[in-house]
Design a protein around this ligand. Structure first.
Ligand code: SAH
Length: 351
């Protein structure tokens, strides 16, 4: 483990303990936001703590590139910008841009990334990119094609616990040296959508206000400028109850309340809520469909065969990567694909 990681863990956990000692328990969203800012700020976790679809196979990014080139060409080949939210190592973008170039599309590239470490990794793969801290900072008025893979799951969630007669925000307090979640004061009726009001005692409801705000910003921009967004993440199709906060370290599940800043904290994406946040801007919604079905529609089997023919000695490895992405027992079903498309733009492939 790099020395700066240890330093970060110590200082973040201590800082959170002091924050709670002086101001009282903090919302889960504050804990998660602080932990992930520290976690992503100083390391490249991909491959070490978790692995993502574009890191499993070049086919993922290539098919995203193909999806973009197809949509763009049917939209009349306008000048567009490629935007990616949380591009990780830049692998998805590099593979997608290569596939786009083969279709004579070479868009300007804008990355939304807060991690300095990952910005450096992205610059190696896509040196021509321009970086931004926030989506809202992207300039110009050209149509945008926005891609986000495993981005929304890293954004902070609030959790609410159902008590006997009211909902309570879940807060993080300190017991001894440990971080422990506990129900805080009751929240006003109306803070929770009425349709979800009558849950059994002990139910947990998650709300992702940052995700909704970003989805709204993206949809607003697309509605005005034209274009589309393509979102992949693991999550559920309908809003429901349950605690989905989880931590990953060294490719294993870990205790989310241990070692803040040292492990990746994520929550399942609520695609119904994401769609409602985007749909309010007047874009058209497609999906969610499963990642497996989407990749199948885009032709992953044809691509698997072509790559295997070109490198027969790698055929077993290529086939197993395809299975990881598509099989319902692996990423194929839990992961979903969803698109937001501007009025007047064509129906996107795969939905
Ligand atoms: N899309 C990549 C990486 C997924 S990990 C892949 O599929 O491999 C999550 C990514 O989102 C990382 O690049 C992380 O640094 C970035 N990220 C997390 N929180 C962010 C925030 N609030 N704003 C911008 N980027 C963020």
């Amino acid at each position: 483990m790099p020395p700066e990681a240890t330093l970060t863990e110590t200082s973040l956990a201590d800082r959170l303990r002091r924050l709670i000692a002086s101001g009282g328990p903090i919302p889960v969203s504050v804990y998660m936001a602080e932990a992930n800012a520290a976690y992503y700020g100083y390391r490249d976790p991909l491959g070490r703590d978790f692995i993502t679809a574009p890191e499993i196979s070049q086919m993922f990014g290539e098919l995203v590139g193909l999806w973009i080139a197809d949509l763009w060409s049917r939209a009349g080949a306008p000048s567009i910008r490629y935007v990616e939210l949380g591009p990780g190592r830049g692998t998805l973008a590099a593979d997608a841009l290569r596939a786009m170039r083969a279709a004579s599309l070479a868009p300007e590239v804008h990355f939304v990334e807060t991690s300095r470490t990952l910005r450096a990794a992205q610059a190696q793969r896509v040196p021509t990119a321009t970086w931004h801290d926030r989506f809202a900072d992207i300039p110009g008025d050209e149509p945008l094609i926005v891609v986000a893979n495993e981005f929304f799951d890293a954004l902070p969630i609030r959790q609410f616990v159902r008590g006997r007669s009211a909902w309570h925000e879940r807060l993080v307090r300190i017991e001894g040296d440990s971080f422990v979640p506990a129900a805080g004061p009751a929240v006003p009726a109306g803070a929770i959508p009425a349709s979800l009001g009558d849950a059994i005692e002990g139910s947990i409801l998650e709300i992702a206000p940052t995700s909704a705000a970003v989805a709204g910003d993206v949809a607003d921009a697309i509605a005005v400028r034209g274009g589309a967004a393509l979102v992949f993440d693991y999550g559920h199709v309908r809003t429901g109850f349950g605690d989905t906060l989880q931590a990953m370290a060294a490719n294993r599940y870990a205790d989310p309340w241990a070692a803040p800043g040292e492990q990746d904290l994520t929550a399942h994406v609520d695609f119904q809520a994401l769609g409602e946040a985007a749909g309010a801007s007047g874009v058209r919604l497609f999906g969610p469909t499963t990642q497996g079905a989407w990749l199948g529609e885009l032709g992953i089997d044809v691509r698997t065969e072509a790559l295997s023919r070109a490198a027969p000695d790698r055929a077993p490895e290529i086939a197993s990567a395809r299975d990881r992405l598509v099989s319902p027992r692996q990423m194929g079903s839990l992961f979903k694909a969803m698109a937001f498309v501007a009025e007047g733009w064509p129906h996107p492939a795969g939905f």
